[in-house]
Design a protein around this ligand. Structure first.
Ligand SMILES: *Cc1c(COP(=O)(O)O)cnc(C)c1O
Length: 404
C-alpha cells in the first residue's frame, strides 16, 4: 500500500527539529518519525519497518489501521462527523447496547479519554453517596490519568510533584492489601477504585481473593466498587473485561485506550440503579460518544468477535508465557513473568530502559514501565510468526544484559 503521502513526509531529523521548536517537550520521544502502520507493523519516514509489540500504547488492540475500523470511520466521516449530545444518535445507542451486553448490563456515559472516564466515575461516586460522603480509596502503583482528580486517584508520588494542592478526599492502600483498605473506610468513604490488573504499575495481577474482598467491603459498607479497565478492557486479557477472570462485578467500570480501535474514545459504564445519580446537567463531554467514535467502537467489538480474537489473545498469552518462563529458567536477570492475554510484564532485576533502546535498534518496539518491567501490549491479531520473531529478539537482548 503506497500512497502519495509516502513521498511527502519529512525525514526523522527534520521532524525532530520541528518538535524542538514548536511542540512542548512534555514527552520523552524517540527520534523516529512514524508515518504508516498496518497490523503489527509500522514504518518510519526512512522506510524502516518495525515490529510493534506496544502499538499505540495499548490503544491499537487490533493492530494499526484495522480494516473494519478504517471502513466504518471512512463511511461515517462522510455522513455525519459530529452532533452534540442534545440529540439522539442511533450509533451511540447501539454502541452502548453492545458494551452493556458484553459486561454487566449497565448504561454508558461517553467521553474521549481514560482520565475523563475516571473523572466521570469520581463524580458519580460522590453524587450517588448519601449524607455527604466523598472519600475514595485507591491503591499504590495504580494509574488513573493526568487530570487533577484522576491524578490524585493515582497513588504514585512521582506524578504529583509540584502540582499540589491536589483534590481532597483520596486515600491510598497498598495494592493487594485488603486489611489496609478496610482500615481506611470511615463514614465519609463513598467508593473504592482499582485497576483489576495494574498496567503502568508493572502488569501487576492482584493476589487471590483481593478483588473479591474489595467487593465484600463495598457491599458491607455501601460503597461503589469502581474498576478502571482503561488498559485491561475490551478483550486485552482474553475476556472482554478483566473483571470477568475474577468473577467479581464492579458497580462502575471505565474504558478508553483500545475502546475505538485506535480512535479517541472513552466510556464509563454503571449499573442501571446507580446511573440516575448522574442527573441532567451534572456532567458532560462535548465530543463524547460522537458518531465517528461510536462507529469505530462498534467496528472494534465486531472485528474482535468476527475474527475470534478473544481466543487469539489467550493463545498469544500462552505463547508469551512459555517463551519468557523458559528464558527465566536460563537467565536470572528475569525476576518474574506476568501474563494476562496480550498484557505481558517481564520484571527484570535491572533497569529496563536499555532493553527498550536495544530492541528499537533491532526494529522491535517494546515499553518499560515502573523502571524494571518490560511491558508488552501487542495486538490481539499478532500472528504466531510475528510473536515468535519479536520474542526471539527480546529474549536475545535480555540474555545479553549484564548478569544480576
Ligand atoms: C492510560 C490509562 C488511563 C488514562 O487514560 P488517558 O486516555 O491517557 O487519559 C487511566 N487508567 C488506566 C488504567 C490507564 O492505563
Amino acid at each position: 500500500m503506497t500512497t502519495s503521502l509516502d513521498t511527502e513526509h519529512l525525514n526523522s531529523s527534520a521532524t525532530v527539529d520541528l518538535f524542538k521548536r514548536y511542540v512542548i517537550g512534555n514527552y520523552n520521544r524517540y527520534p523516529v518519525n512514524l508515518v504508516r502502520g498496518e497490523g503489527s507493523l509500522v514504518w518510519d519516514s526512512e522506510g524502516n519497518r518495525y515490529l510493534d509489540f506496544f502499538p499505540g500504547w495499548g490503544c491499537n488492540l487490533i493492530g494499526h489501521c484495522p480494516p473494519q475500523v478504517v471502513r466504518a470511520v471512512q463511511e461515517q466521516v462522510a455522513t455525519l462527523i459530529h452532533v452534540p449530545n442534545t440529540w439522539h444518535m442511533d450509533v451511540q445507542g447501539q454502541w452502548a447496547q453492545m458494551l452493556s451486553e458484553r459486561s454487566f448490563g449497565g448504561q454508558a456515559f461517553f467521553c474521549n479519554s481514560g482520565a475523563e472516564a475516571n473523572e466521570a466515575a469520581i463524580k458519580l461516586a460522590r453524587l450517588h453517596a448519601k449524607g455527604g460522603r466523598y472519600k475514595i480509596i485507591t491503591f499504590t502503583g495504580g494509574f488513573h490519568g493526568r487530570t487533577l482528580g484522576a491524578l490524585t486517584a493515582t497513588a504514585q508520588p512521582k506524578y504529583h510533584e509540584g502540582l499540589g494542592p491536589l483534590v481532597a478526599g483520596f486515600q491510598y492502600a497498598p495494592f493487594g492489601d485488603l486489611e489496609a483498605a478496610k482500615k481506611l473506610i470511615d463514614d465519609e468513604t463513598c467508593a473504592i477504585m482499582v485497576e483489576p490488573i495494574q498496567g503502568e504499575g508493572g502488569v501487576r495481577i492482584p493476589p487471590a481473593g483481593f478483588l473479591q474482598g474489595l467487593r465484600k467491603l463495598c457491599d458491607e459498607n455501601g460503597l461503589l466498587l469502581i474498576f478502571d479497565e482503561v488498559q485491561t478492557g475490551c478483550g486485552r486479557t482474553g475476556h472482554w473485561f478483566a473483571y470477568q477472570h475474577f468473577g467479581v462485578e464492579p458497580d462502575v467500570m471505565t474504558l478508553a485506550k483500545a475502546l475505538c480501535g485506535g480512535i479517541a474514545g472513552g466510556a464509563m459504564l454503571t449499573k442501571p440503579q446507580i446511573a440516575p445519580s448522574l442527573r441532567p446537567g451534572m456532567h458532560a463531554a462535548t465530543f463524547g460518544g460522537n458518531p465517528i467514535a461510536a462507529r469505530a467502537g462498534i467496528a472494534t467489538l465486531e472485528a474482535i468477535e468476527q475474527d475470534g480474537l478473544l481466543d487469539n489473545a489467550k493463545d498469544l498469552g500462552d505463547l508469551f508465557r512459555r517463551r519468557f518462563m523458559a528464558l527465566k529458567d536460563q537467565c536470572d536477570v528475569v525476576r518474574e513473568v506476568r501474563v494476562a492475554g496480550v498484557m505481558i510484564g517481564i520484571e527484570l532485576a535491572v533497569e529496563g530502559a536499555g532493553v527498550v533502546k536495544e530492541c528499537l535498534a533491532r526494529k522491535l518496539l517494546v515499553n518499560c514501565t515502573n523502571a524494571t518491567v518490560i511491558r508488552l501490549l501487542p495486538a490481539m491479531n499478532l500472528s504466531q510468526e510475528q510473536a515468535e520473531e519479536g520474542c526471539e529478539i527480546l529474549a536475545d537482548v535480555i540474555r545479553k544484559l549484564p548478569r544480576a
